[in-house]
Design a binder for this molecule. Sequence first.
Ligand code: ZN
Length: 78
Amino acid sequence: MEIYMGPHTKGEPGLLCMPLVKHFPKNYGERRPSWRTVNCPSCGAECYETDQLRTVLEDEPKLKAVCTLCALKLGGRA
Ligand SMILES: [Zn+2]
């Protein structure tokens, strides 16, 4: 498996990692009211969508958010 990780230039495509719910203690999202539980668009796993992620996606429409495992499987490229 080959994975690309590098600095991001604004306007380029890329993947954003959403943390998987299963990697956090139970009900962790309740401590972060701005986080939303969403499903990864690639595999359907439950992830957290953070307010920071929403802000970045609004500003960078070529980026795609997927769960951390899908980002690794896709090799870091959208
Ligand atoms: Zn996924």
